[in-house]
Design a protein around this ligand. Sequence first.
Ligand code: GLN
Ligand code: ZN
Length: 756
Amino acid sequence: MKTSIIGYPRVGSLRELKFASEKYFKGEITIHELQQTATGLRASHWKRQQENSIDFIPSNDFSFYDGLLDTACLFNIIPERYQALKLSPLETYFAMARGYQGEQGDVKALAMKKWFNTNYHYMVPEVDDSTSIQLVGTKLFDEFLEAKQLNITTKPVLIGAFTLLKLAKYTGAKQARDFIQETAEAYVNVLTKLNDLGANWIQLDEPALVTDLTKEDLVLFSDLYARILSAKGSIKVIAQTYFGDVRDCYQELQALPFDGIGIDFVEGKQSLELVRQIGFSNDKVLFAGVVNGKNIWRNKYTNTISLVQELKGHANHLVLSSSCSLLHVPYSLQHETKLSEENKHYFAFAEEKLREFAELKAILTDADPYSADLYLRNEELFNGVRFKGNETVQTRTATLTDADFTRLPAFAEREALQNAKFKLPPLPTTTIGSFPQTAEVRANRFAFKKGSISEEQYKQFNFDKIAECIAIQEEIGLDVLVHGEYERNDMVEYFGECLDGFIFTENAWVQSYGTRCVKPPIVWGDISRSRPMTVEYSAYAKSLTNKPVKGMLTGPVTILNWSFPREDISLQDSAIQIALAIRDEVLDLEANHIEIIQIDEAALREKLPLRQSDWQAEYLSWAIPAFRLVHSGVQADTQIHTHMCYSQFSDIIREIDDMDADVITFEASRSDLAIIDAINACGFQTEVGPGVYDIHSPRIPSVDELKQGLFRMLDKIEVAKLWVNPDCGLKTRGVTETWASLRHLVQAAKEVRETL
Ligand code: GLN
Ligand code: ZN
């Protein structure tokens, strides 16, 4: 039994690539020194895989920033504005990734988007009518040769032609289909060159095949590969899919002369059924994605082995593979000094997953004397009791009824009661929650974590900041105030640390984009709240003012989506547990006279399944009720707000309204307000606060500009429904620009009110 890795993480087990790149960007090291770091990392990643007898070790999975950007550069998809800078190839690459401002000119970066259903982001290749797609780069070949020098014959990996053309943005008249011929030729040239260099296999990544495909998509896919594969020479080609099943193109994949097909049996809900019902071509190799590349739990060998046995009955040639690139999990448990050994037994980060491949290989090779022992130890792990479940939580979730998910009275009645109670002016002004996290704010938190100041000192600092923040908000004239979130490092980590059931790592970083990495908490057990998490600070803020102060919480879907979830219970069950814990906090805030409570669901939209047909059944059917469970217990005149960091939710507008919040704020300052048409079209009830200025830039918007924005919104939204606020939290902004912008915001709202 052979084994294959789709891709390995790149940033280094201690984020060496991140730190080297950032030094290079600041001019502290040369490009040559940066390249040396990269060479060292690649060599060590290949060696690790070799030590674990991986048969198909990837190369070109390394990237200085992003794999799709590498592919664009390999194929000359470099917009003219970057070429005009006349920089070296790597400098041009970084200009596309990060923008360039210097002697050679001033250009913005390419657009960045989320990579399918992950928290990784890719750079969007930009194609115009003058783009000539052709093989011009050498990275793919250089890295193959680099490994060969180390006596490792790798399997080069490259984003496939279909996914490349599907994800590119077309700025001219030409569309994907107009590039079929030249794209196919460029890929053929890659294959020819790899043949010459002695490569046996190439892996072409086609994750776009697991999305909903139209007839035109299928034509594009078949047309591209009919051309590429007819001229491929002796190199063997794997069509590598991941993040789901290929139900729309399974037959086409079988019919085309691919030598291998990579199928995801972890996230691909219908993968096994497809193989069972349609079979698998005798002359192809099935690269079976059985080891989860996205989550950090140990592989359950019993399940994997029975799956493999069944697959063997359908496919003549089988290779064990990761379900997707290991890019989406952290490096290694080795650097976790604080996690208990007990915890660690249950986890496999990238390096430990390699070990799992070696063990599975041994177990599936009957002659191996150690295999029985390895198998038993794994079985014991899963048969044992991992943690003591929380009975209170389990009873609570088991006894929930429909009433717990329904807030009464209905919206219209609540709206009237709340208007009568708060007596806010028309166009009430507010903010999204956080205020600038200055160096001193961070230093205070850090000093407390390190133990160099007492808890009392730590809190006193936060109380002083809150007092200052409330005073300025009052002076500026905002209508609904916030405490400023000075105690929070991050909107998910903070709650994870306060709740029971989460555990945290020191170094389990996962690349999010470029040099930015995130360190998601792990959902270990049943989630519960043993003490109030935000009441003290919110109540203190409220004690300082007669104006309403919004309590500030993160919602269950966002907390779950930005964590490593459990695999022994469903996402739905975890979401409900978290929802109950946050619900307790909501009720405590209410009991402490916090009359407006915001529950942020920044990440709700981003985990929508890749196929629209799965949205309801697999996600929205529990995500929306989980949110309602959080707030359904409050009084009619307690006002519930929610916030989302984007406005692209036209396609789930009814579900957003079904969250049954009283007010929703969202980003809109950068988009064309199209969302407002969608809101009107569906009879949206919730009051809305489309962001009137962009907090992602230090720019201070003028009063006139803000007024114009408000008038444009008033063309479409009833005055009684409209709130006035920035488009997101202000924590990344500087102090001066923040207060200046908010002053303008309040002034603009006042002047517009006078015209009503
Ligand atoms: N309340 C959070 C803040 O203001 C919301 C952050 C977010 O939407 N990402 O920072
Ligand atoms: Zn936001």
